[in-house]
Write a protein that binds this ligand. Structure first.
Ligand SMILES: [Zn+2]
Ligand SMILES: [Zn+2]
Ligand SMILES: [Zn+2]
Ligand SMILES: [Zn+2]
Length: 374
């Protein structure tokens, strides 16, 4: 029989590499709800259900931080060093009884080293597939649903707006949500925040005709940083990006975005996990309370005018439940020469078939369609 531990889950910094005893094949579901988006920093979360957590709930690895939004809610387990949101428990009602469910962030999952040595030709995409999308209506404007799923696949036919409603019939239905949505005019700032509201990001613009370029990256680092295969970023001049914090008396304080995450900056933003994946060069921020990915920053990356670039996770700007999440009045969704960024990473990792290959085609079509819409 096949190996007992075919999968492992890994965070961005690899402090947590956890073997997952399970049987294959498995499915992932894609959730577009506000909780998932603001917990991962992505436009949707990908979760793979497990029969149990691969560690004791009573004594989880000390390398994790745990977030529980209320005493009756499930728990999120994220890396205390890099912030990657890896595992979660949740509760659901079935036939009147309350049950506990468990899941792993699909983007963290790979075939285990021992499984690969026994099955050298195996690819994750052969044993893991998306079975349904849910809670699209939380996005108000359809979010990424017009391009995030493979509507042609029978197995992915279930696109639920909400659980109370039957699945959406077609991709057109999802696109229609976006076409109907009207974004506010004249906005000069856009706020975003994480699930626990501990970290709030604000981006500003002087001119409302100015839109910030937003791209979709599927590289290994972005995937491991968020636990999701598809990750959008918005490129903002550092001068136009701020953190909004609360003083001890509860008043809002606007803090500039640090050029350098030195000890003083880290202390000033003590609520965040700041992790340098390439020391002195690449830094990632996550909420230290709920584990939401907040930003990526590469020192020395500038716009053509020489201004520093910072890259907040676009999905945080969908934390408001009323204004939609794609913000077409503020964000310019772009494609690279190859469509999404770093599609070759997903191919190399043997996981492009789970979602990325299709996203790359559909995303480019969607961006083309926007040109005729806006
Ligand atoms: Zn880590
Ligand atoms: Zn969700
Ligand atoms: Zn948070
Ligand atoms: Zn990336």
């Amino acid at each position: 029989m096949s190996n007992q531990v075919p999968l492992q889950a890994t965070c961005l910094c690899c402090t947590n590499t956890i073997q997952i005893p399970t049987t294959l094949p498995l499915t992932a579901h894609v959730c577009h709800c506000t909780t998932c988006r603001t917990s991962h920093g992505t436009l949707f979360a990908m979760h793979t259900d497990l029969e149990s957590l691969p560690f004791s709930e009573c004594s989880p690895p000390s390398t994790f931080r745990i977030y529980q939004s209320s005493p009756n809610s499930g728990k999120a387990y994220f890396c205390g060093t890099c912030g990657t949101y890896m595992f979660a428990s949740y509760f659901y009602i079935l036939e009147g009884a309350r049950h506990e469910g468990f899941c792993v962030s699909t983007g963290c999952v790979s075939l285990s080293d021992s499984y690969k040595s026994e099955n050298p030709a195996a690819k994750l995409e052969d044993v893991l597939s998306v079975d349904f999308h849910c809670i699209i209506k939380d996005t108000i404007d359809g979010g990424a649903s017009p391009w995030a799923g493979d509507w042609s696949k029978e197995t992915q036919a279930q696109f639920h707006g909400n659980w109370e409603e039957p699945p959406m019939a077609s991709q057109e239905d999802a696109e229609e949500l976006g076409r109907k949505h009207v974004y506010p005019t004249g906005r000069k700032e856009l706020d975003g925040w994480c699930k626990c509201k501990g970290v709030k990001v604000r981006i500003t613009r002087e001119d409302e005709a100015k839109k910030y370029k937003t791209g979709v990256c599927v590289c290994d680092s972005c995937r491991l940083a968020t636990g999701t295969d598809v990750v959008p970023y918005t490129w903002v001049p550092r001068d136009n990006a701020f953190f909004v914090t609360k003083s001890e008396s509860g008043e809002e304080e606007i803090k500039g975005w640090p050029a350098l995450w030195n000890d003083a900056a880290k202390e000033s933003f003590g609520g965040m996990i700041i992790y340098e994946s390439t020391p002195g060069k690449v830094v990632w921020g996550a909420c230290g309370t709920c584990g939401a990915r907040i930003f990526y920053q590469r020192y020395g990356k500038t716009f053509e005018n020489g201004k520093d670039v910072v890259e907040p996770l676009t999905a945080l700007f969908g934390a408001d439940d009323t204004q939609g999440i794609m913000h077409l009045d503020f964000l310019d969704w772009v494609v690279s020469d190859d469509g999404v960024y770093w599609a070759e990473d997903a191919e190399k990792a043997g996981r492009a078939g789970i979602m990325t290959r299709n996203v790359n085609v559909m995303y480019q079509e969607w961006v083309k369609g926007l040109k005729s819409r806006v």
